[in-house]
Design a protein around this ligand. Sequence first.
Ligand code: DNO
Length: 357
Amino acid sequence: MKTTFRWYGLGNDTIPLSYIKQIPSMSGVVWALHDMVAGEVWPEARIAEVKSQVEPYGLSIDVVESVNIHESIKLGAPEREQYIENYKTTLRNLGKYGVKVVCYNFMPVFDWIRTDLFKKTDDGSTALFYENARIEGIDPKILVKEFEKNSKDLTLPGWEPERLKHLDNLFDLYKGMTEDKLRENLKYFLEQIIPVAEDVGIKMAIHPDDPPFSVFGLPRIVKCHDDLQKIVDMVDSESNGITLCSGALGPNLQNDIPSMIRQFHKRIPFAHIRNIKVFENGDFLETSHLTRDGSLDIAEIIKAYHEVGFKGYYRPDHGRHIWEEKCRPGYGLYDRALGIMYIQGLWDICEKIKGEK
Ligand code: DNO
């Protein structure tokens, strides 16, 4: 499997490409044009620019996370036709520059949600945290304001400023939206874009809902094994794939991630590997990658990827903030690099055992 690392772009990330390159096993960055508003066509010149910045470091730009989906597509509104056409053009443009995987999500209104971006943990590090009781009583607009204040002026992935300006209106538009209807809208979108993705050699990879349950009453359709099955069945193509994110699916302890890997591996071009600790009341904290630090069996997850001969891309996903690092929440250098070394260590031991059999 190929190691990648999320990078927010020149002038927009605290971590230089030269540092990323020095992490053992590194093959490429996971990138996006973070200033593009969802629905706009990504211009070829901008894609070419990123390629010319990244490749001199011996890193690839094979994986994009994310090309965000315009809300009209999720809502099934008439304007979706134009936005689907724009999406196809973006895919064609990305294909021309060698992009192989495009991660996206289909979460209404919000992307990932946490209640605390810098929760102090027992060893003095800080990490992302989700507390159910806080979500139950809070107006989403207040949460957004807190996030903007606490994120230290670094934009958060998925929390697109443009979308968040219209929160009240968006919540109104989703009134009456059911999971089935949202699923139909996803199918409509996939039926149109997957042939284009196939044509340009791109694998689409839907990211699970994070957390994997309804938040603020909004429907969620990528939460569990059955949801994933429904999505891969919507269009039977290797280009209709999944970003298997252990940390996003993990808060529901019924989600058996190793068995999802064994079942869906042909449709997993991209893996997000991280651990979380789920507390008895359902709250969860992002921990180090070590199996014993969290509730997920990362060793078993790597074993499953190894067993199926996984050749796709993975990234260590998030990390804690350690050693006083000043960084975007979840996206520091140190803990993610440690996570990679742990993942690579587990992988190597699997190889060794296989060789001895
Ligand atoms: C957060 C990320 C998400 C993810 C999107 C994928 O750190 O995991 O923002 O990139 O949901 O579309």
